[in-house]
Design a protein around this ligand. Structure first.
Ligand SMILES: Cc1cc2nc3c(=O)[nH]c(=O)nc-3n(C[C@H](O)[C@H](O)[C@H](O)COP(=O)(O)O)c2cc1C
Length: 290
C-alpha cells in the first residue's frame, strides 16, 4: 500500500481479541524496525516485543490514559537512549511502526508512559535505555458500529459511534499558515506545490496524545517551519512524540520528490522573528523545501 493510503487507513484500535501475532510477523516487525528511518541517526534505540500473557496485567494501571492498557496479546516497546531530541526521534520511529502494523493489518494503539519507573518495573527491564514508545498490538475485536474515542481529558474517556474510521483531525487549513502566523494558505494548484500540499495533509493525519494535534506549520518560500504548543494536559514527552510522528508523515511524502535529500533541521531558523509565532508556541524545527 502506498504511504498516503497507509496514513489515511491508520487508526487507533483499543479492543483486542486474544489471538496473538504469529512469530513470522513479529520477526518481520523486528526486521522492519532495524531499517526504520531516523530523525537523529546516532541515537541508540532498541525494540522489544512482549508476548507473555502476564504483560497486560503488569501494564494495566501503569501505561495508557487512566492506566488503560487494553489487554493486548502483544506490546511493542521502543527503548531509547535519553539524549537531545530522543523523543522526537522516538515519535518518528513510532509512527513508522504504526504504519507498518497498518500495512500488516495488525491493529494497535499507542500507550502513554506517565511513570517511567513503574513502566520499567512492568517491563521487567534494567536496561539503561528509556521506554519511549509503547504500542499495544493484536487483532481488533469487531465492535457494534464503528467507534471513536472521544477524549478531552484522560478522565473524560467516552466511546461514541462515528461515521468513519479516522478520528477527527483539525483541517489542514487550520493547521497550516502562509509566511506568518494566522495567514491562511492559498491552496490553489497555481499557488502551492501539490507535493507540499500532500505532505502537509499527511502531517495532519498523524496520531497525537488525546488527538490534540498540538502543532501548526508555517510555509515560507524556502522552508516549512513546525511550531508546537506545550499544553498543560500533555506531558513534555507526549508532546515531543506527537511532533516526531507528524514530522515523519511530512518527511515521507515530501521525500517522494527529493528521495530523502532534504531533512528536518531541529533548530530555530534565523528568520524566526518575522513569523509572529505566539508566545505559547515554540519552534520544533524547519524543513527546507524546493
Ligand atoms: C504520544 C501518544 C500517546 C498516546 N497515548 C494513548 C493512550 O495512552 N491511550 C490511548 O487510548 N490512545 C493513546 N494515543 C492515541 C491517540 O489517542 C490517537 O492517536 C488519537 O486519538 C487520534 O486517533 P487515531 O490514532 O485513530 O487517528 C496516543 C497517541 C500518541 C501519539
Amino acid at each position: 500500500m502506498d504511504d498516503k493510503q497507509l496514513m489515511e487507513d491508520r487508526q487507533s484500535v483499543r479492543e483486542f481479541k486474544r489471538r496473538t501475532i504469529p512469530d513470522e510477523d513479529l520477526n518481520e516487525i523486528r526486521e522492519f524496525f532495524a531499517g526504520t528511518k531516523r530523525l537523529v541517526p546516532d541515537i541508540r534505540t532498541e525494540l522489544k516485543i512482549y508476548t507473555d500473557p502476564d504483560m497486560k496485567n503488569r501494564l494495566e494501571g501503569v501505561a495508557g490514559y487512566r492506566g488503560l492498557a487494553f489487554g493486548a496479546p502483544v506490546y511493542l516497546v521502543v527503548f531509547s537512549e535519553d539524549v537531545d531530541n530522543y523523543l522526537f526521534n522516538a515519535g518518528y520511529i513510532g509512527e513508522q511502526l504504526c504504519l507498518k502494523l497498518t500495512d500488516m493489518e495488525i491493529d494497535h494503539c499507542w500507550l502513554t508512559v506517565h511513570d517511567i519507573d513503574a513502566t520499567r518495573r512492568a517491563l521487567l527491564t534494567e536496561s539503561e535505555l528509556e521506554p519511549a514508545v509503547i504500542l499495544a498490538a493484536g487483532y481488533g475485536k469487531a465492535v457494534s458500529g464503528k467507534q471513536r474515542l472521544d477524549i478531552e481529558t484522560p478522565s473524560m474517556l467516552k466511546y461514541n459511534k462515528r461515521e468513519d474510521h479516522v478520528a477527527p483531525k483539525i483541517a489542514q487549513d487550520d493547521m497550516v499558515y502562509s509566511g506568518t502566523w494566522g495567514t491562511p494558505m492559498d491552496w490553489s494548484e497555481s499557488a502551492v506545490d501539490p507535493l507540499l500540499d500532500e505532505a502537509l495533509y499527511a502531517a495532519s493525519l498523524a496520531p497525537s496524545f488525546l488527538n490534540r494535534q498540538p502543532y501548526r506549520y508555517i510555509v515560507l518560500s524556502d522552508s516549512v517551519v513546525l511550531c508546537v504548543k506545550q499544553e498543560e494536559i500533555t506531558t513534555i514527552a507526549d508532546t515531543a512524540l506527537d511532533v516526531g510522528a507528524t514530522m515523519y508523515n511530512f518527511d515521507t511524502i515530501y521525500a517522494h520528490r527529493n528521495s530523502g535529500k532534504n531533512k528536518w533541521i531541529l533548530a530555530i531558523p534565523e528568520n524566526a522573528d518575522t513569523m509572529n509565532v505566539p508566545s505559547d508556541y515554540s519552534i520544533a524545527g524547519y524543513y527546507p523545501i524546493g
